[in-house]
Design a protein around this ligand. Structure first.
Ligand SMILES: Nc1ncnc2c1ncn2[C@@H]1O[C@H](COP(=O)(O)OP(=O)(O)OP(=O)(O)O)[C@@H](O)[C@H]1O
Length: 315
């Protein structure tokens, strides 16, 4: 087990009871380092929430080991509770309390909470402090859940879909708050099915599919598992290889070339060297390549290829 990691899981499984039963988490290994944001990314039903609940110590694993800050977060909950914050999708607030009452009630259970109005300001709910919880919108309840999670200034924060249901401005505000918490040294494990969120926030991420990790790395490392792409319009003086007339495309090893009318797409594992070859070919043949583009693969392309699925993906 990685001793420097703040959250670790080894061969973690979670099986829901009943017959025939369901294996929601099927043997996860991961190690989240201090101060990083680690995202569990996956489509609906991939096992993200089931895994997060076990990692945060809210549920017991069926088998395998979890450690948070060196402790078993389920059996030794007392030892880690004051050092972690948890935001779940299902909230269960008392509907008749106001926003401020909800926060101060929760603050009463913590050793050194932030001041109520400070935390409400951080999540953008200060102007709603005297509104009853039942009158809050879904997005506002979501932000109240985040307020409670960060109230005790936790070292480790577990966030289950923290921006689900938020409008774009509230989502940006939440991202900025999470980035500030990271800067102050907080370790964050969050679940998301939004690729844009994973790209924007995650230092590293695990792609989950059917309860297993099928991809692990930085967003850039995962994107780099797919070929980069160069596109351009073939100049009239140029032609596909073996064409009897004019200037053939250069021979490019490991490159998959597709030509549609005059539009060329080159898929390459090495963007820089292929682009260098293409530009040298154009220069040597005095060709002007129209609409030339060159870009690495995106996280979305990698995600779709790795999971083999386009269902429920928000780009
Ligand atoms: N209490 C439960 N009893 C039985 N099966 C469950 C239970 N909770 C979750 N599951 C099943 O476990 C699988 C994983 O669910 P989970 O909620 O962890 O997925 P998720 O990746 O978080 O999905 P979403 O993005 O929709 O929240 C699903 O097939 C789900 O139906």
């Amino acid at each position: 087990m990685d001793q420097s990691a703040v959250i670790t899981a080894e061969r973690l499984t979670r099986r829901f009871g009943g017959r025939p039963g369901h294996d929601a988490v099927r043997g996860i290994d991961l190690a989240v380092r201090r101060g990083e944001l680690f995202a569990l990314l996956g489509t609906n039903g991939a096992g993200k929430t089931s895994a997060l609940e076990v990692l945060a110590g809210l549920a017991q694993p069926t088998s395998g080991t979890v450690r948070v800050l060196g402790q078993d977060p389920f059996r030794s909950r007392r030892l880690v509770r004051s050092r972690i914050g948890i935001m779940l999708q299902s909230r269960g607030f008392a509907a008749d309390l106001t926003v401020a009452e909800t926060v101060s009630t929760w603050a009463g259970t913590l050793t050194s909470p932030r001041p109520v109005d400070e935390v409400l300001e951080l999540v953008g709910l200060l102007t709603r402090r005297n509104v009853r919880v039942r009158q809050l919108s879904g997005g506002e309840q979501q932000r109240l859940g985040l307020a409670l999670a960060i109230l005790g200034k936790p070292e480790v924060l577990f966030l289950d879909e923290p921006t689900a249901g938020l409008d774009p401005a509230a989502r940006k505000q939440t991202w900025a708050l999470i980035s500030d918490l990271l800067l102050s040294g907080t370790t964050v494990l969050l679940t998301t099915h939004q690729l844009i969120e994973a790209s924007a926030l995650a230092d590293r991420l695990a792609i989950l599919r059917h309860g297993r990790i099928v991809g692990l790395g930085t967003p850039e490392q995962l994107a780099a598992t797919r070929p980069a792409r160069i596109t351009f319009h073939l100049p009239t003086a140029a032609s596909p290889p073996h064409h009897p007339t004019s200037t053939p495309l250069p021979h490019l090893p490991q490159v998959v070339a597709t030509i549609n009318d005059s539009f060329v797409t080159l898929e390459t594992p090495d963007l820089q060297s292929t682009l260098t070859e293409v530009l040298a070919w154009a220069r040597d043949n005095n060709l002007h390549l129209h609409d030339l583009t060159a870009r690495p693969a995106s996280l979305e392309e990698a995600f779709l290829a790795i999971t083999g699925s386009s269902e429920e993906v928000a780009a």
